[in-house]
Design a protein around this ligand. Sequence first.
Ligand code: NAD
Length: 273
Amino acid sequence: MADEWVFPKGEIMRGKRGLVMGVANSNSIAWGIAQQLAAQGAELAFTYQGEALEKRVRPLVESIGAKTMLECDATNDEQLDAAFAQIEKQWGGMDFLVHSIAFSDKSELKGSFVENTTRENFLRTMDISAFSFVAAGKRAAKLMKNGGGMVTLSYLGAERVLPSYNVMGVAKAALEACTRYMARDLGPSGIRVNAISAGAMRTLAIAGIQGGRGLIQTGREWSLMKEDTSMEGIAGCALWLCSDLGRSTTGEVIHVDAGFHVVAVPSTGDANE
Ligand code: NAD
C-alpha cells in the first residue's frame, strides 16, 4: 500500500529538476519514484494522460509541494511539444526524465499471441509503450544542457516468454532497444539513458493483463529473495540512475525484481535438492 512506502530523505537531488511521466494513482510506479526523488530534494513536474486522471493526480502532486502538472497524451506530438515548452519556459532546462508509460488493449493480453494480436493494437502498443520514450527523450535532451539522466520502466517479458504478456513483451523488447540507441546518441552530451526491469507490482497496468496477479505471486515464490519486489527498491534504483550517483552507467537494463529474472527452476526449500 502506498502509505507503507518509506523513502529515505536527503539532499542527493538538491538543485535538480525533472519531469515524471506516468502517474495515474498512488500505486503507480511513477509515483513511488516521484516520492523518492522529492524526498531527496528534487523539483518535479508531472504529465498526466488526460482530464479523467487529473483529479487523481493533483492531490498527489500537491502533497509533495510540486506545482507543475501538464496534460500530455504520449501519442500527441502537439501535447508533447507544449509540455516541454512549458518546462523550458519555467525552468530554462532540466536534469532528468522518468518515463513510466505503457498501454495495450487488454483483450490482447491473454491467450494466443499469434491469434489475438491485431495490426492496429500492435502498432498502438509500440507507439505508447516504446516510441513515446524516444519522443519524450528527444524533447527532454534539448533541455538537458548540463547532461542528465533518463529512466524508463520495462519488464522481464521483453527477454523471456510469460503467459498473457504477448504484444506488451514485444513492445518492452523494443523499449529496451530504444534505450540502448538513445544512450548511444545522447551519451556524448552527458545524458545517460537506462531502463529498470521491475518485478510485478500491484498497479492499474498489471490489472489489464490476464493472470497479472499470478505474476506477482510467482515472482514472490520463485524469486531468490522469496519476497515481492518493493516500491522502495524500484524508486531507489531510479534515484541512482537519475542522480549523479549513476554517473558512467548508461544503455543498461537493470533488474529490480528480488532476483526473479535469474531463476530457471525455483528452489523447493528441500535441504537435499
Ligand atoms: P500505471 O497504470 O499506474 O501506469 C501506467 C501509466 O501509463 C498511467 O499513468 C497511464 O496514464 C499512462 N499511459 C498509458 N497510455 C498513455 C498515453 N497514451 N499517454 C500518456 N500516458 C499514458 O501502472 P504501472 O505499473 O505503474 O506502469 C508504469 C510502467 O511500469 C509501465 O511502463 C509498465 O509496463 C511498467 N512496469 C510495470 C510493472 C508492474 O508489474 N506493474 C512491472 C514492470 C514494469
